[in-house]
Design a protein around this ligand. Structure first.
Ligand code: F3S
Length: 398
């Protein structure tokens, strides 16, 4: 890979340990994927923030980098393993909180914005169309590539961090226009009536296209929150982190539907629900906000929970960014949700909080949330917001 004089100096350690280490990572990556050079990135989203996933080895790695590492571009963080301000309320132990705070201290020292959300595009890290970025977090990567039209590979935590210290990433994969061409036509004939249908659709398409880029037709209209949920599901279940939706996502007008065509019908969506959900009726955990809730979703939760009360056998979480919670405070949604017994889980989520062994079953609007909850040994139910709120109130899925 060609290096500029400045990059060679970085590799020689002129800018310190963190930059040298980062250059080594980026060059190794570039060599694996045959990148000809490094390119500048406009922003970075770093995943791998929860102490639950990092452990002591990860914390040590971050502390080493934090000794002299300072990010060169706008860098935001994925969810941590707990609500950074109100972790006790979520049942997090003192030991875990202590370690998680050390992780956050290391990121803060590096100059990273402690955003702790997987929807950075809702809180100010909003790339431009065509801009090269280096993001980790598969749902955000898919949203950035497909809905915004920015260009990023699906980075891992260390490679995203390396890009932040250098301000560059290897020029390969989805940074190159020739690798952004759709190769499978998906025609959606199914009716999509409730919010969770978008997660089910993502499941169907992800499983069918398997690491290819779908060009989707048949969708007339879709909201931002639905797209956010769809992005999380399609990539979790197999697709590349890029799709085109005719007439809806940018760049779809530049391409024609590929020859190979797959049709999605109502029965496929029904099958998806069957695969994603388990046969259970008792629900002891309900989590909304995978990806993190927007203010519109929080307002809908508040509307459904007004004058209701969550069952004493069920825990109800609204996972969102701190900024969104602050907006919810101002608009009175927080009061309604908390009065009903719901809890805000800011800065964290159902996949990265240490939940294993705490709950037996979860109801959620998110197909991705179901996927990760199974890793946490929970039985799952995918459903609409109304169905999930009803399950939280009754403690049962009906
Ligand atoms: Fe976000 Fe966690 Fe879901 S990072 S997409 S809320 S699994």
């Amino acid at each position: 890979m060609h290096l500029t004089k400045e990059e060679e100096r970085m590799l020689d350690g002129e800018e310190g340990y963190a930059v040298r280490k980062s250059m080594e990572i980026l060059i190794a990556l570039g060599n694996i994927y045959d990148a000809e050079k490094l390119i500048r990135v406009g922003s970075v989203q770093v995943a791998g923030v929860s102490y639950h996933n990092l452990g002591d080895a990860g914390l040590q790695y971050l502390n080493e980098l934090a000794k002299d590492g300072k990010v060169k571009v706008l860098t935001t963080l994925n969810p941590a393993g707990m609500d950074l301000e109100d972790w006790k309320k979520l049942g997090i132990s003192e030991e875990f909180a202590e370690k998680q705070n050390l992780v956050i201290d290391a990121f803060r020292k590096m100059g990273i914005i402690i955003s702790c959300t997987c929807t950075p595009y809702l809180i100010g890290n909003l790339p431009r169309y065509g801009e090269h970025i280096a993001w980790s977090e598969s749902s955000a990567v898919t949203f950035a590539n497909s809905v915004i039209g920015a260009k990023t590979n699906r980075e891992g935590g260390p490679s995203a961090l390396a890009a932040a210290f250098v301000g560059k990433t290897p020029y390969y994969g989805l940074h190159l226009e020739q690798n952004r061409v759709p190769d499978t036509h998906i025609d959606v004939k199914a009716k999509l009536e409730k919010f969770s249908d978008w997660g089910a659709l993502g499941y169907c398409i992800g499983r069918k296209v398997e690491n290819r880029i779908p060009y989707i037709t048949g969708i007339e209209d879709v909201g931002l929150d639905e797209l956010k949920s769809f992005c999380a599901s399609i990539v979790t279940h197999g697709s590349k982190p890029l799709f085109y939706m005719k007439g809806i996502t940018p760049g779809s007008e530049k391409h024609q539907p590929p020859k190979e065509k797959i049709t999605i019908e109502d029965r496929n969506i029904e099958d998806a629900y069957e695969s994603i959900s388990d046969d259970i009726d008792v629900i002891d955990f309900v989590c909304i906000g995978c990806p993190h809730c927007s203010i519109k979703e929080i307002s809908e939760i508040a509307k459904l929970l007004r004058n209701k009360h969550i069952s004493s056998n069920t825990e109800f979480w609204v996972a969102t960014s701190r900024q969104m919670k602050q907006l919810a405070d101002k608009r009175g949604y927080t009061e309604i949700i908390e009065k009903a017994g719901g809890k805000f889980a800011c800065d964290t989520c159902m996949a990265v909080a240490p939940l294993k062994g705490r709950f037996r079953s979860v109801a959620t609007t998110s197909a991705k949330g179901c996927y990760y909850s199974r890793h946490n040994d929970m039985k799952t139910k995918l459903g609409s917001l109304k169905e999930c709120v009803e399950a939280a109130v009754s403690g049962k899925w009906s």
